[in-house]
Design a protein around this ligand. Structure first.
Ligand SMILES: *[C@@H]1O[C@H](CO)[C@@H](O)[C@H](O)[C@H]1NC(C)=O
Length: 379
């Protein structure tokens, strides 16, 4: 072969190899949108257009008016946060803010719950960020919030104290509740690629009329009560709550509430359930559940019920609630008890996405949780 031809065939071989390894990166529809980009660190705001499900695209979180802010100081003053801290960027800094962290490992122990403002993105990519051992993250009456790439664990109820709220008012806090992330009356929120474990109360609570939420690519493990959608049987405003739970990994060592839903609608799609003790999906007050393309692996035959209905005492046991399973896979004896009929999520074109088959779920969720990304390379 002439040197030129040799070069040509070598190039061809390289291209073929690249195509082949590209196919090995088996990614879900959200990850495929940004993880292959080697410039993710200089084009962080691309992420905002990668969300799917009820949160829709987070287009309000990006653009020229957004302040890029880097957390360099792990300390926390809940009343007068210093510039450089997470609380300063998430609560105090005005306007639209995109928060990143200096590379390396950072442990942040919040002295009081962190109140996140509207139009705020917390982006842990490129750092190893642990919000741990203190209070958790609270979204109260806010919109357009993204939380991506954090480890949140060991959250505990904190003693009463004062904390600054968005807008600058200082509030007296009672004893907290020990939730990792709690939404109250908040909407258009995307919780993606976080690792949540071992907290005192819940890992993720969506409450008090919150809606239009997507919970994707997270890893929930070693915990009792994982995810609560609607906290009160009496709170009928939660009838309009709509939440997408997609591409998450639940377990090992989880007990219940993946999620537990009251009143609203949950589209639970392409999640990996690696065992549970009491149940995986439960609810009360006539919620609607569309379970699609999930992989449910029961841990034992005694803990095989995927579903649990919690009717009010003296009422029928949820026979008329719409809980539907389509394309789910069940291993180790897992059982999903269906009732009612299938109710579609009615996504618009910014929310809609194709569900994968349950056979792909293991690989689509294998990188669930906070990722290790380095600038200059695909993540
Ligand atoms: C599983 O659910 C069925 C009803 O669908 C119930 O009779 C049974 O007791 C449940 N099993 C456990 C271990 O909770």
């Amino acid at each position: 072969m002439a040197p030129k031809e040799l070069l040509l065939s070598a190039t061809l071989l390289l291209l073929l190899l690249r195509a082949a390894t590209g196919n090995l990166r088996h990614e879900n529809v959200i990850d495929r949108c940004w993880r292959g980009q080697s410039n993710w660190a200089t084009d962080r705001q691309r992420l905002a257009m990668c969300s799917v499900g009820f949160a829709g695209k987070m287009r309000q979180n990006r653009g020229h008016g957004v302040t890029m802010y880097t957390v360099t100081d792990p300390s926390d003053d809940p009343v007068r946060p210093r510039p450089g801290t997470l609380r300063y960027g998430a609560t105090v800094l005005p306007g639209k803010v995109w928060i990143t962290f200096q590379p390396g490992t950072m442990h942040i122990r919040l002295a009081q719950p962190l109140f996140v403002k509207s139009f705020t993105t917390i982006d842990g990519r490129g750092a190893d960020v642990h919000v741990a051992g203190g209070a958790g993250i609270v979204l109260y009456e806010v919109r357009n919030v993204v939380i991506h790439g954090l480890h949140v664990h060991g959250v505990r109820a904190q003693p009463p104290g004062q904390v600054v709220r968005p807008g600058g008012a200082v509030q007296n806090m009672d004893v907290g509740d020990g939730d990792a992330i709690r939404l109250l009356s908040s909407s258009k929120v995307w919780i993606d690629h976080n690792t949540l474990a071992r907290c005192e109360d819940g890992l993720l609570d969506v409450t008090l009329g919150s809606t239009d939420v997507t919970v994707s690519n997270n890893w929930f493990h070693d915990h009792d009560k994982v995810m609560l959608l609607g906290h009160d049987d009496q709170h009928v405003a939660d009838r309009r709550m709509r939440v997408t739970v997609a591409f998450n990994r639940f377990g090992p060592h989880v007990n219940q509430r993946m999620p537990r839903i009251r009143h609203g609608y949950a589209h639970v799609v392409n999640n990996f359930y690696d065992g549970w003790r009491e149940y995986a999906i439960g609810g009360s007050m006539g919620p609607t559940v569309k379970s699609q393309g999930n992989l449910f692996i029961a841990s034992t035959t005694d803990s095989a019920n995927v579903t649990r209905r919690m009717p009010l005492v003296g009422h029928a046991e949820g026979k008329d609630w719409h809980w539907h399973s389509s394309g789910d896979s069940f291993e180790n004896g897992a059982v999903f008890k269906q009732t009612g009929s299938r109710v579609r999520p009615k996504y618009n074109r910014h929310q809609a996405f194709p569900a994968a088959s349950s056979g792909e779920v293991r690989s689509l969720t294998k990188d669930a949780g906070a990722l290790r990304c380095s600038a200059g390379a695909a993540c």
